[in-house]
Design a binder for this molecule. Structure first.
Ligand SMILES: Cc1cc2nc3c(=O)[nH]c(=O)nc-3n(C[C@H](O)[C@H](O)[C@H](O)COP(=O)(O)OP(=O)(O)OC[C@H]3O[C@@H](n4cnc5c(N)ncnc54)[C@H](O)[C@@H]3O)c2cc1C
Length: 956
């Protein structure tokens, strides 16, 4: 172990076109040797590499100089036996399309890589007749042909586990059954390496989640790992996670079988046919819709286009005026010569060394993710079956880690290098769904080096989205409409965040991690005020929102330092970075007690929460009442002055949002607080992280239903301060010019009042289960109103509190968090929110029929609250055991300080397939499995904290 190794280009005889000559050996430390510095560790190697003069044309300073301007190198041989590569030459486009173009099509898929082929196949399977795939060159010629093709089944997301399972099913079973073709799937297993405790903890979490999905996995000791993989160095291991049914996909075999199967169901694949334009029409209601796809060889009229153009997706988006926030980067692996004894070994991911070792017949492919990846700035549309020259200065950093893990690599030659383009996105999640700018224009791109393994699952969801108007699963994290529209063409934000995505590709996914890139994009008027008081911010869709308040000084988020890459100086004294480092644990963080203080102050006195980042919309107009009746599951058409907590559903009865809706009286004059309107008016307050999603959902429904009303976004014009706790009334009574008694200002009502002389909308509501009011405040008045509240509150024990406290307080009270314990794949009935549904009325609403059907048939799963007496932190993904069987997994968990217990919420099913009755819930013996250890748990039908809801009514 610890062999001093570093590689540079000079150690290889470089073949024409830049490949390494076969038989070249991986040798030791030339750069270090040159500079007389012995290499002892990866970090040392990195430092020395950084001090070595760069040899390539990328030499020099900063990002620009390091970007890939040179374009593709000559083609290189890759070790696949079955590529679809044309031996005649790189381009076949000149020959014209491989088939005549139809004049019309229901759907046109652009791009014949993993995503395009999977989408076409799943569209055909859903019965879409005559879907057409247009590929500029030949199938797979973009990124797909040179993929490493690794498929791992376990990721720290339940939805991703399901998506991966579907891909695996398609390539290992379905396609072969349908076509008789072997896709090239190899089930050689997967092995994740842990070199520290946190990493092994993460694997144990994955193992527990896997149990909820029937994914077999085993945590192995170093000795057991050695027995499984004799060529592995296990001296520095904590342990490993072995997943026997992981494997490797073959890109050519997979795409051939997919398109063959799709064609058999009537789909058409047309190669050598670049799309050159998207024709758009504007309908009678002013909505932009796709009309046709244009090519050099004619156009196809279609209402629906799917952009699966990989790193070219931004260019295709531009043709339609659609923003596609991704960047293209170089990603590479090298293929070794034969290694005796490597046959049949599992693929390896050594996350801590940031390298992967993929079995390649009797050799290995070695790749990794570095902190200084090369951007491909000028994405060329001439690039087909091409590769870049490998930049050894960049790739070198992976070699020591690889050799450390499998020492025989040190004496093994390199057969070829594979460096190709891949897309990365600002949050490391793909870009899918219908673009907000253009109806009928879908995205299926931005796959962050997981587009093979996610391809099947995502192709299926995209097809469902197109055919049924929404995906089957909860795809919010992948939906392009998650991003705020101000960010999707913000170059710095996209670039910084995508860089961080790449650099952290193999980082442990900690529950409270935050990005360091692209921060301070959107701040509210209280930002500086709170920063000065120790606010530690979280980032949500560009907004900075309070996480918690440190008593130890201030913690500003500094400009992104690219982790020291590209000649940037790393911040040496970054208080925020240090505090974030404290979160890198699956234990309680060191500031657990600080969050506890915020929570208990709220329960015992009062806390002020700055929630200004909330989305604040007005829905007004002649049809606003009709629209509100249809959009909201609860009856919101109550008299002006009422506020209602409600859900918005999709047609399958899944929950697209939960929000509060306040009925308005027409205002005397138009202002941020009182919009002028004809007809009816409603004020909507939604979580800021999901504001764009809400906006898009509402807009789409308004368009589809042709309601005559306007949706007005006042999010940036209004702040939101919420004062919660038993002392809130006494505090606010000093600040507001209104009677705050129960009689004069009951729960669930709102009115315009003056706060410290400023007009604000006060709303009696609680999201933490206390007496409290929200103040919706015009931007210029935020600071004076906040200061007045703080001045009045000091003697009552009022404190600042952040979203970490909200998370804890709300779970303790049993309030749902959208996209945690309430998602588009959960119905309000399953989630215990039947009270938000006006099923007793005769009023039709979106999702009603699905709910009625579900109620008649009985609930197949139910959200259940669990408490755990042992003081163990939980974060979600833990397996739920009932009477010795796994019946679900935890969606959301946190520590509740008033009940002094861990609380967890998860949906449970009856393994017999019966509906889940309340008796079923009550009768079981439960345990929650955290990192492989089962902790006894108690199930509750009602929130264990204040189950009678006294506190929100002011009864203490
Ligand atoms: C070195 C490397 C290793 C990788 N290893 C893995 C791995 O182990 N596992 C994994 O899951 N993923 C891996 N990936 C990522 C994975 O390969 C990609 O995410 C996936 O192949 C992307 O597929 P795609 O269909 O989105 O894009 P592409 O394969 O690039 O397909 C896009 C297609 O669109 C076509 N096109 C572009 N513009 C037009 C136009 N105007 N008209 C018509 N057609 C057009 C292009 O010609 C291209 O064929 C790896 C990537 C790289 C670079």
């Amino acid at each position: 172990m610890g062999t001093a190794v570093i590689l540079t280009r000079e150690h290889f005889s470089v073949a024409e076109g830049g490949s390494l000559a076969p038989g070249t050996l991986l040798e030791t430390a030339p750069c270090g040797a040159e500079s007389g510095v012995p290499m002892a560790s990866l970090s040392r190697a990195l430092r020395v590499a950084a001090t070595c003069p760069r040899r390539s044309r990328t030499r020099g300073l900063g990002l620009r100089a390091l970007t890939g301007q040179a374009g593709p190198a000559a083609e290189k041989s890759v070790p696949y036996r079955r590529t679809l590569k044309d031996p005649q030459g790189p381009s076949t486009v000149a020959r014209g399309p491989s088939q005549p173009l139809p004049s019309t099509a229901h759907v046109v898929v652009i791009g014949g890589g993993s995503l395009g082929c999977q989408t076409l196949y799943h569209l055909a399977k859903l019965g879409v007749s005559g879907a057409v795939l247009l590929e500029r060159e030949r199938l797979t010629s973009g990124t797909t042909w040179h993929t490493a093709g690794l498929l791992w089944q376990l990721r720290p997301s339940d939805v991703e586990v399901e998506l991966l399972a579907h891909t695996r099913r398609v390539v290992s079973h379905d396609l072969e059954e349908e076509t008789g073709l072997h896709t090239g799937w190899i089930q050689n297993g997967g092995l994740f390496i842990a070199s520290n405790r946190q990493r092994l903890d993460e694997y144990k979490r994955l193992m527990s989640l896997g149990k909820a999905y029937g994914v077999e996995s085993h945590v192995l000791s170093p000795a057991e790992t050695k027995a499984l993989y004799p060529l592995m160095n296990v001296d520095d291991l904590y342990g490993t996670l072995y997943v026997p049914h992981d494997g490797t996909m073959d890109p050519a075999g997979t795409c051939t079988a997919l398109t063959r199967a799709a064609a058999a169901r009537g789909a058409q694949v047309i190669e050598n046919c670049p799309v050159t334009g998207i024709r758009v029409r504007t309908d009678d209601f002013g909505v932009r819709r796709v009309a046709a796809v244009e090519t050099e060889h004619g156009s196809i009229q279609t209402p629906c286009v799917v952009n699966c153009a990989g790193v070219w997706a931004s260019a295709v988006g531009q043709m339609a005026g659609v923003k596609v926030p991704l960047v293209a980067m170089h990603h590479a692996y090298v293929v070794t010569e034969r290694i005796e004894g490597i046959q049949n070994m599992p693929n390896v991911r050594d996350h801590d060394a940031s390298v992967y070792l993929r079995l390649q017949g009797d050799a290995l492919s070695v790749g990794g993710y570095e902190t200084n990846p090369i951007f491909w700035e000028e994405v060329s549309d001439k690039f087909a079956f091409g590769l870049f020259d490998l930049d050894w200065d960049v790739f070198t950093q992976h070699i020591e880690g690889a050799i450390n893990r499998v020492p025989v690599l040190e004496k093994t030659g390199v057969k070829s290098t594979v460096c190709g383009p891949e897309s990365f996105t600002p949050d490391h999640k793909p870009l899918m769904g219908e673009a907000p700018e253009l109806r009928g224009f879908f995205l299926g791109c931005g796959f962050n080096s997981a587009g093979m393994m996610l391809g099947g699952g995502c192709g299926q969801e995209l097809a469902h989205w197109i055919v049924h108007g929404r995906p089957e699963k909860d795809m919010y994290s992948y939906d392009i409409r998650r991003f705020h529209h101000l960010l999707t063409d913000h170059r710095r934000w996209i670039r910084e965040r995508s860089h961080e995505s790449y650099a952290k590709n193999y980082s442990v996914v900690f529950p409270h991690d935050e990005p360091l890139a692209g921060r301070n994009m959107r701040t509210d008027p209280l930002h500086e005020e709170l920063l000065a008081q120790g606010c530690v911010f979280q980032e949500r869709q560009g907004w900075e929102r309070p996480g918690w308040f440190t008593p130890k000084g201030t913690a500003p988020v500094l400009r992104y330092d690219y982790y020291g890459a590209y000649g940037n100086r790393m911040h040496e004294d970054h208080a925020y970075g240090r505090l974030l480092g404290d979160e890198y644990t699956f234990d309680f963080p060191p500031h657990h007690d600080v969050i506890k203080k915020e929570c208990l102050a709220c329960r015992g006195a009062a806390a002020v929460f700055n929630m200004s980042y909330f989305g604040k919309f007005y829905l007004v107009g002649l049809d606003a009442r009709k629209a509100a009746d249809w959009l909201f599951s609860a009856d919101v058409s109550r008299p002006p002055g009422s506020t209602v907590y409600t859900c918005m559903l999709n047609h399958r009865g899944g929950t697209e949002s939960d929000l509060t809706v306040s009925r308005l009286a027409p205002g005397p004059q138009a202002s941020a607080l009182t919009p002028a309107f004809e007809g009816d008016g409603y004020y909507l307050a939604v979580g800021g992280a999901v504001a764009q999603h809400n906006w898009s959902h509402i807009s789409t429904v308004l368009q589809d239903q042709k309601f005559r009303c306007q949706l007005i976004d006042s999010s940036e014009d209004l702040g939101l301060i919420s004062i919660q706790g038993p002392a809130s009334r006494a505090i606010l009574q000093e600040v507001l010019d209104a009677d705050l008694s129960n009689e004069a200002f009951p729960f669930s009502t709102h009115r315009l009042v003056r706060a410290a002389g400023h007009l604000v909308r006060a709303m009696r509501l609680s999201f933490v289960g206390e007496l409290g009011w929200e103040l919706h405040v015009p931007k210029p008045a935020c600071v004076p109103v906040y200061r007045a509240v703080m001045a009045a509150g000091t003697k009552h024990g009022l404190v600042n509190a952040g979203y970490r406290a909200i998370d804890s307080l709300s779970i303790e009270k049993g309030y749902r968090h959208w996209h945690a314990d309430l998602r588009p794949d959960d119905s309000p009935l399953e989630a215990g929110l039947a009270f938000t549904c006006k099923l007793k009325s005769a009023v039709p609403f979106l999702g009603r029929e699905a709910l009625e059907k579900q109620r008649a048939e009985g609930l197949r799963r139910r959200l259940v609250c669990f408490t755990v007496d042992e003081k163990v932190p939980m974060f979600g993904l833990e397996a739920i055991w009932r009477n010795g069987q796994v019946v679900g997994h935890v969606r959301r968990a946190d520590f509740g300080f008033a009940v002094d217990k861990t609380l967890a919420y998860g949906y449970i099913r009856d393994p017999s397939g019966q509906s889940v009755s309340l008796d079923f819930v009550k009768s079981g013996d439960y345990a929650l499995e955290r990192m492989g250890v089962a902790h006894p748990a108690r199930a509750h039908l009602k929130s264990p904290f204040d189950p009678d809801n006294k506190r929100v009514k002011g009864i203490y």
